[in-house]
Design a protein around this ligand. Structure first.
Ligand code: PEP
Ligand code: MN
Length: 385
């Protein structure tokens, strides 16, 4: 994956927000929304002109008529322009019309043929003009498939362009959810840890499908997971938008939805180097304590598994089956009772919300499921051999 090492940021230092309507609808709607976003300090304007619709019959985008409107936004407000491209023709039109950022939508990322055909257009444009400034954002595929996402990034990186970023817009899942697309954070996190040079931009609009949930997702994506910026749908008249009306917000409300003021300059730029000496020392102590605790955890888990192995040997000797459901239920009950006592002793009761209790007990169940599965495997080995 050498090609991914050269990837550079798409968003500059003081650029954190890409905003604009889901779809370009009319000259007036584009200009009005752009003007208001410009007044809010937004520097990158997004608008879909070809809309991938799950089912036919809806508005499929205004098409190339909107290109002069977007050029006017660029000329008048100095904003960069981002549009979605889903095939060769659309990528060619975008590149021939000075669109600054091309984004590949979730449905397209899931289709390696389509991604490759876009990559071919980019390679061709690069061979004609090696200095052409091309930026591409790649949304996660609709399904939670890490390698498919990575594969799309590789195909675009193989063109030789370096300004490539990712957009996290959540995943379609069959289960019922408050979200339109479930934010399975583990997947972007894997990408962010394995490829820290690739920017990860949060798209709270398509994750939530509902503006009421945007605050919550922004807080998680930016404050907790430290993503690099947001792409958010804004419309001058959201309720009457032709597409995605429930999730679009008014430009004037942008700062409050992003949970910050002055969002283009000082959004989550805090760093450990800003801490005073006392707090720095405290942090280092906490980190050292975590390391020590981890050592103990590893030791205890291995001890527990080795006891399970001895039990396995006894079971094998008397032909007793490995799994004993009642016994496992008892162990889990025991762990949960113990957990309730320990959580109350260790966490400040005033900050110890129901959420914390829920997170911890769910985590314990998952951890114990893993420990149990491994114990069973170890015992199985004894039984068969
Ligand atoms: C969009 O950003 O307008 C869009 C269609 O998003 P996605 O590809 O994430 O569904
Ligand atoms: Mn949309």
């Amino acid at each position: 994956m050498e090609e991914l090492k050269n990837i550079q940021p798409v968003l500059c230092r003081n650029e954190k927000v890409i905003a604009g309507p889901c779809s370009a609808e009319s000259y007036e709607q584009v200009m009005d929304t752009a003007k208001q976003l410009y007044e809010q300090g937004v520097t990158i304007f997004r608008a879909g002109i070809w809309k991938p619709r799950t089912q036919p019959g809806g508005f499929e985008g205004i098409g190339t008529i909107a290109i002069p409107w977007l050029k006017e936004v660029k000329d008048r407000y100095g904003m960069k322009i981002a549009i979605e491209v889903a095939n060769e023709t659309q990528a060619t039109i975008a590149l021939n019309n000075d669109i600054d950022i091309l984004w590949i939508g979730a449905r397209t990322t899931a289709d390696p043929f389509a991604v490759q055909s876009i990559a071919n257009v980019i390679s061709l444009a690069k061979s004609i003009d090696p200095n052409k400034d091309i930026s591409v954002l790649i949304k996660n595929p609709v399904c939670p498939d890490y390698n498919l996402w990575l594969g799309a990034i590789q195909r675009i990186a193989n063109t030789g362009i370096t300004k490539i970023g990712c957009v996290f817009r959540g995943f379609k899942t069959y289960k019922k959810s408050i979200y339109r697309n479930e934010p399975i954070w583990a997947i972007p996190l894997q990408l962010m840890t394995e490829h820290p040079n690739i920017q990860m931009i949060l798209d709270p609009s398509h994750i939530t499908g509902d503006r009421k949930l945007i605050n919550k997702v922004v807080r998680e994506g930016l404050r907790i997971y430290n993503m690099d910026g947001v792409m958010i749908e804004c419309h001058c008249d959201p309720d009457n938008a032709w597409t995605d009306s429930k999730q679009q917000i008014k430009p004037e409300n942008l700062a409050s939805y992003l949970d910050i003021s002055n969002f283009n300059c000082n959004m989550f730029t805090g760093d450990v180097s800003d801490m005073n000496d006392e707090d720095k020392k405290l942090l280092n102590n906490y980190r050292a304590a975590i390391e020590k605790t981890d050592e103990k955890i590893v030791n205890l888990i291995v001890t527990r598994l080795s006891i399970a192995q001895m039990i396995g040997k006894l079971k094998a000797k008397y032909n007793i089956p490995v799994l004993r459901k009642d016994q496992w239920k008892k162990i889990i009950e025991n762990v949960k009772n113990q957990l309730a006592i320990v959580v109350n002793e260790n966490f400040n009761p005033y900050e110890n919300s129901d959420d914390i209790n829920y997170f911890i007990s769910t985590m314990m169940e998952n951890i114990y499921d893993e420990i149990h599965n491994t114990s069973i495997k170890i015992q199985e080995e004894n039984n068969i051999n």
